[in-house]
Design a protein around this ligand. Structure first.
Ligand code: NAD
Ligand code: MG
Length: 284
């Protein structure tokens, strides 16, 4: 066996502090250049992982951010807020369980009120749980959590955000390599990510006439709290080694794709696309 990519570990519900090694969110590397100056962004799941890296990058590009997250991940959300404040921008912390329709539908209004408007919606919150038993044994509760978090919440949050999004605004959904190369152990999760790709293209068509761009980022294996909390140890030890680049990515390596898609000057004619950040795995 080759050297492990990461030491074996399990630590639900998925907090950053317990990870070995701690992920790189761009704290010491991301340099902004005013590409999102004066914008307001709502980032669901912005407490940790890819969402935290996006929040840090957006803030360094000049945006204020509102962050949705699970209440039990408060300490991670506060750490993200500290980095945003250090960039001279404001972070509004909006905890709430997005599998609850009223909570999900209320989030964009809370964000728009706190930010004084809304220019960018990043639908990033997500959940997976690797399946150890056979397909027939997956319970409705398990299916429900994955579909409600990854799909229903995305519908609810996006619907409620639209009254606040004007000409020039954009929506960025977090998809996955799992939409293109699904793992049997993540069958339910993978199906939601394929649906998110389909929805991204379709919403881009519907919202284009309103001047709203809709895109997705499809990350490959990225070192975030979600992984050690939901994958068996033997998977974590080899995490990312099956990519052409031979390693997992860091959240800091995904965030620039979100910055590009959010930027009206850089990506003003980019809509309906799925941008892969996969370490070389194909996204077509
Ligand atoms: P993460 O655990 O750091 O982030 C996911 C966040 O979603 C959590 O921090 C949590 O606050 C939020 N969340 C989950 N359920 C929620 C709920 N019911 N209500 C409110 N918030 C909720 O992990 P991550 O890997 O950064 O995940 C971010 C996104 O990236 C997810 O959509 C995931 O599917 C996607 N993704 C991750 C990888 C990877 O390898 N890490 C690969 C492809 C796609
Ligand atoms: Mg988290």
């Amino acid at each position: 066996m080759t050297d492990p990519a990461f030491p074996a570990q399990q630590q639900p519900p998925g907090l950053t502090g317990a990870m070995d090694p701690v992920p790189d969110h761009g704290e010491s590397s991301y340099r902004g250049s005013g590409r999102l100056d004066g914008l307001g962004a709502l980032i669901t799941g912005g407490d940790s992982g890819i969402g935290r890296a996006v929040a840090i990058a957006f803030a360094r590009e000049g945006a204020d951010v509102a962050i949705g997250y699970l209440p039990e991940e408060q300490e991670d959300a506060e750490e993200t807020a500290r980095w945003v404040a250090e960039a001279g921008r404001t972070a509004h912390l909006l905890p709430g369980d997005l599998t609850q329709e009223h909570t999900a539908r209320a989030l964009p209004g809370r964000a728009a009120e706190a930010l004084g408007g809304l220019d960018v919606l990043v639908n990033n919150a997500g959940f997976q749980m690797a399946r150890r038993d056979s397909f027939e044994d997956v319970t409705t509760d398990e299916i429900d959590r994955v579909l409600r978090t990854n799909l229903y919440a995305l519908f609810w949050v996006t619907q409620a955000a639209l009254p606040h999004l004007g000409d020039g605004a954009s929506i960025i959904n977090n998809s996955s390599i799992q939409a293109f190369q699904p793992s049997t152990a993540l069958l339910d999760y993978a199906s939601t990510k394929a649906a998110i790709n389909n929805l991204t293209v379709n919403l881009a068509a519907e919202l284009g006439p309103r001047g709203i761009r809709v895109n997705a980022v499809a990350p490959g294996p990225i070192w975030t709290p979600l992984q050690p909390a939901t994958q068996p140890e033997e998977k974590i030890e080899q995490f990312g080694k099956d990519t052409p680049l031979g390693r997992a990515g860091q959240p800091a390596e995904v965030a620039p794709a979100f910055v590009f898609l959010a930027s009206p000057s850089d990506a003003g004619y980019v809509s309906g696309t799925v941008l892969g950040v996969t370490g070389g795995k194909p996204v077509f």
